[in-house]
Design a protein. Sequence first.
Length: 339
Amino acid sequence: MIMKRINRLLIAGLMLFSTTFGLKAQLDFDSFLEAGIVDANKLLQNYMQPAFEGFGYGLASGWYNTAKTHKTLGFDLSLTISAARVPSSAEFFTFRNSDYSNVRYDGGASVDIPTMFGPNLGADDLPQLTFLDPDTGDEIVRISAPTGLGVEEGFMPFNAVPVPMAQIGIGLPKGFELKLRYVPEQTIEEDGSVKLFGIGLMHDIKQWLPGEKILPFDLSAFVGYTSMTAQAFIDVDQDQVAEFDASSLVVQAVISKKILFMTAFAGLGYSNYDIGLNLLGTYTTETSSFTDPISLSYKNNGIRTNVGVRMKLLFLTLTGEYAFQEYNTMSLGVGFSFR
């Protein structure tokens, strides 16, 4: 029953991202396509960048809360909510006329426009963009640039991309611990579907150090991989669908120290993410028809450092973690741990 509820929360969070935070954002999508596929992809790539980058960084969080591996057949069950903070530099992107063939800003050579995770501005505060016919160069429409979601003005106290995650950990012989993230393919009413798989392996390397029994800390190596795919139905009758796929790899050394019922932990290593979004189907505007018009890709990698603390009361665990990376990420977790 508990795992079923956790899975429901995870699925709801993932679908919230892939639909509400995706193509159901505040866009005049038909106007984007009027400028042609190349310009439409470039606009959406810039506009949606912090959403997908933040999601990629969030996938790397919540894997562990101690460097001490379970005893054989010991296990834990945990639910983590991570929030990858969007840096202020990612709240706007610079639109330059020279970068586009069929879209222009008449007020100058360039202008700053909110990204999806920028502020929610009114039409009077947004620059006007003119979309031109790719064949004739004639003006088709003039609209306000897209605005941001204004996340910190709504349901979150700061500007961040939320990423929920559930997982289990199982102790294996020889100081190994297996961690699994798994959601079988689930369909949510008429919104779409989602599935997720993640696998991690932690190994106690302190056991191989001289005098390991007198060392006042635990030390392990960890590697974890997460893969998620989702579909968001744009228009079922028109076979219009957005396909979203994301993967993340984390490799870290982890150290922890237990004092009474508190455990402080820290990690240092590497993480990367690879995210893609494809808009499939046929989309018709006033002047043209486009098939599978949008294909976006986001990749990055770098050093990842995190610190955190776990409080354990009998079998219940409460965890707080903060990761230092391009999108600094705060995570809060609750779970149960045995042996």
